[in-house]
Design a protein around this ligand. Structure first.
Ligand code: ATR
Length: 284
């Protein structure tokens, strides 16, 4: 029987998850369908319970439901617990529902496997201290960086986040202006400023010729952060397309026990050397 999966969010029309999961299913020969549901916050819990009652085997969860959705889970994985957010729900054989979070693993897999970055011993700077940052810090610490600095427009939030994760490794929270004179191997933009076409006042001195700048956001063209990083002469730049595909692959693996090969999709993403208009049109 064909198993049903899908993604929930509000809005959801922009989601690339249906295309990515259908490509994974095609490539691995898995018998499944993947749909998208737009669910308003006030209907969330009732509607999701209804979907599970209809036999849905798993869900991806996106903005704005990643925190609230934990209420429908029978239990949370430790990484979802640490992230304070759920992006994947898995229905187990006994009917219990587990909430997990594959965002951090998706980022680390993209950095290591696709971008070939060695993270052990590096200095990592994360710009922004919201839900996206919380989701990636635990997975980044598993790679044994030298330290992680979190800089945010509202410094109290960065300091609070650093306090929450202090048992995982060396971590410091500050504001953008305090970064002057420091250099980092990896700079990750986890602010949502680019979504509004804004560029916060990041000090250019944080970038050197060896710095990789990674934007968790993605777009068919350079994001404001990526454009800025290029102008400042950053060593390498990348948008979050690879992370998007890798977090999806991790969810697919949790549901099906089969790890899809992400390389054929990664190779066709916007900005990749082998990118094709057809693939980009499918993802747009
Ligand atoms: P997400 O789940 O995407 O992380 P969020 O929790 O609302 O969303 O967090 C958004 C992050 O982007 C915050 O760190 C926010 O900074 P503040 O904590 O100071 O609000 C940051 N952000 C959004 N717009 C920004 C802007 N124009 N300049 C600087 N930082 C911005």
């Amino acid at each position: 029987m064909t198993d049903r999966y899908g993604v929930i969010g509000h809005p959801i029309a922009h989601s690339k998850s249906p295309v990515i999961h259908r490509l994974f299913a095609e490539a691995t020969g898995q018998d499944l369908v993947y749909e998208a549901w737009d669910i308003a916050p006030e209907d969330l819990i009732e509607r999701v319970r209804q979907l599970f009652a209809e036999g849905i085997r798993g869900l991806n969860v996106t903005v704005p439901h990643k925190t609230e959705i934990a209420r429908v889970a029978s239990r949370l994985s430790s990484r979802a617990e640490l992230a304070g957010a759920v992006n994947t729900l898995i229905v187990h054989a006994d009917g219990s529902i587990e909430g997990d979070n594959t965002d951090g693993a998706g980022l680390v897999n993209d950095l290591r496997q696709n971008l070939r970055v060695r993270l052990a011993g590096t200095r990592i700077l994360i710009l922004g201290a919201g839900g996206a940052t919380r989701g990636i810090v635990p997975a980044l610490f598993e790679t044994r960086p030298r330290d992680i600095v979190i800089a945010n427009r509202t410094p109290e939030k960065a300091r609070e986040l650093a306090r929450d994760f202090r048992l995982l490794g060396r971590i410091l929270g500050c504001q953008f202006q305090e970064l002057g004179g420091q250099n980092f191997d990896l700079v990750i933009n986890a602010t949502s400023a680019g979504l509004h076409g804004e560029l916060p006042p990041f000090p250019p001195s944080i970038l050197g010729p060896g710095t990789l700048c990674y934007d968790l956001s993605y777009s068919m063209h350079d994001t404001p952060f990526v454009a800025w990083a290029r102008e400042q002469g950053a060593g390498r730049v990348s948008q979050g397309w690879g992370m998007l595909v890798e977090q999806a692959a991790e969810s697919f693996y949790l549901w099906r026990g089969v790890r899809p090969d992400t390389k054929p999709i990664i190779a066709k993403l916007p900005g990749a050397p082998g990118a094709t208009d057809t693939m980009q049109a499918r993802l747009a």
